[in-house]
Design a protein around this ligand. Structure first.
Ligand code: MV4
Length: 506
């Protein structure tokens, strides 16, 4: 087993990997930018190496500096986390050249899945269902017209080098073809330096359901069930759960088998995810493969009982998978809420800042994977994810009630704004509770006005209430989520809160 691993990441995922290292008796090396000198992952690591200025392009994306940090600290392996360099084949190659093990799949597997046209061809050849569309890249408007004739409208043009929602163009009418072609090519060139594109039949209101796969170097490939990820906004997931309330046992088994076939077709090693689009008729189609550990991996950990990050490290060290398909089953229900420093009342704009108070939920069935601490901050240089709040319940109903309870316990105060009130609203939405969700749920159901009140203390009455509570040294508690001065269904008005503390005074 490795004695020392470098973590090429920051925030909650770096802390998550450090925890896995600790449990395996491995030393963890953090890297950090100038903005992250006092970040949580640096405090938690055994060793920490500065790698440059705050902008990610000058630190967390600098392959040379990270490889150098690994060599200088004697780290035998690098865990890339998610984001940053996690799906960068050149990084995986550079690590191999430096004699450092990349904890992830081969550079070739990363590359093949990074090219959406290549991935589609490979999947189709392996018998994995793909969305009806062009088998290869298209060169002209004429070719687009031919496929529109064949498939009917609407269709989507997708950049071959795209993914995660970038470089897509919807065509609803024939007259829109020339403009759509021009724009997808110019966007793809500008964003990826690669103007190639292809076409798919557009599925209306699909669900996003993904399957966790895992493979070792001995040819064992398994799946660990699905995650329902339809609750997202502008291609940013906000809530995930496992299992999916939409899948039947038969569908689950078929999707699992297909996902394993997909992973085997690229010679996959380690943790990966096969993303599917699922239509209302329960047809499922391969969308993309993520060749990394994902943000939402803990929901799978909670229902299967396996530690996926530890398994990644064990497989990278050349050990066989610590589980076989027969050992894996889903027990109960897990839900994850991503707690972001962003303002749901203002288009979910990032709202980072200092954290003066943080009291995370605890108690039965709660897990909190956090990247910050009270006294620290959410930096404006990086993704504003504060933490991931997860719950487990025996069934979906218990998990929902537990998440509502946990969200109501969450206290955070400071100069940041959070999306806690958004989650409190969502977890009480009748359609969400019924599992009636698709990728357009939030576009249809969410308006800023659905939240209890704005997160600004601009109402003099509320301001007075908060001040009254502060007087009784219950400032953070009175503010409930610490950010909003608004009403909440648990706490009632801030007047009531202030009064309550008044009554409790000896
Ligand atoms: C689609 C689609 C409908 N039909 N493809 C968005 C992310 C990118 N990886 C693929 N995406 C989509 N591809 C066809 N043929 C709808 C989406 C889509 C979506 C997919 C998953 C989660 C959220 C989404 C939000 C809007 C559009």
């Amino acid at each position: 087993m490795f004695k020392r691993i470098l973590i090429a990441n920051r925030g909650e995922i770096a802390v998550r990997v450090i925890r896995a290292c600790r449990e395996l008796g491995i030393e963890a090396v953090a890297v950090y930018s100038e903005a992250d000198r006092s970040a949580l992952h640096v405090r938690e690591a055994d060793l920490a190496v500065p790698i440059g200025p705050a902008p990610a392009a000058e630190s967390y994306l600098r392959i040379d500096r990270i490889i150098d940090a690994a060599k200088r600290t004697g780290a035998e392996a690098i865990h890339p986390g998610y984001g940053f360099l996690a799906e960068n084949a050149e990084f995986a190659r550079a690590a191999a050249r430096a004699g450092v093990k990349f904890i992830g799949p081969s550079p070739e597997a990363i590359e093949k899945m990074g090219d959406k046209v290549e991935a589609r061809k490979l999947m189709q050849a392996a018998g994995v269902p793909v969305t009806p569309g062009s088998p290869d890249t298209l060169e002209s408007e004429e070719e687009v017209r031919a496929y529109v004739k064949k498939l009917g409208l609407p269709v989507l043009l997708k950049a071959a080098a795209g993914g995660g929602g970038k470089g897509m163009r919807l065509i609803e009418q024939e007259k829109d073809i020339p403009e759509a072609v021009r724009r997808v090519v110019s966007e793809a060139k500008a964003s990826f330096g690669d103007g190639r594109f292809y076409l798919e039949k557009f599925l209306r209101r699909p669900r996003h359901i993904e399957v966790q796969v895992f493979a070792d170097t001995f040819g064992n490939t398994v799946h660990l069930g699905e995650r329902e990820c339809s609750i997202q906004r502008r291609h940013q997931k906000l809530v995930e759960e496992s299992p999916s309330p939409f899948l039947t046992p038969e569908m689950r088994e078929r999707m699992g088998e297909v996902a394993v076939r997909a992973a085997k077709a690229v010679g996959y090693v380690g943790a990966g995810t096969i993303e599917f689009l699922v239509d209302a008729e329960r047809n499922f189609y391969f969308m993309e493969m993520n060749t990394r550990i994902q943000v939402e991996h803990p929901v799978t950990e909670m229902v299967t009982g396996f530690d996926l990050v530890k398994a990644q490290i064990e497989v990278a060290a050349g050990r066989p998978l610590p589980f076989t398909q027969r050992d894996i089953s889903q027990r109960g229900w897990a839900i994850e809420c991503r707690i972001y420093a962003e303002d749901p009342a203002n288009g979910f704009a990032a709202a980072p800042g200092q954290i003066s108070w943080l009291k995370a939920p605890e108690g039965p069935g709660v897990r909190h994977d956090c990247g910050v601490y009270a006294g620290g901050e959410v930096s404006n240089y990086y993704d504003p994810l504060i933490s991931k709040l997860l719950v487990w319940g025996r069934d979906r109903s218990e998990a929902l009630a537990r998440m509502r309870r946990a969200l109501d316990e969450f206290e955070i105060a400071g100069t940041l704004t959070t999306n806690l009130d958004f989650h409190r609203w969502l977890l009480r939405h009748p359609r969400f509770i019924a599992g009636d969700i698709d990728t357009h749920f939030l576009d249809q159901e969410y308006r800023p006005s659905v939240l209890a009140s704005s997160s600004k203390l601009d109402d003099p009455v509320e301001l007075a209430a908060v001040l009254a509570a502060a007087w009784s040294s219950e400032y953070a508690v009175a503010r409930h989520d610490g950010v909003g001065g608004g009403k909440t269904d648990r706490a009632g008005s801030m007047w009531k809160m202030a009064g309550r503390f008044e009554l409790m005074r000896p």
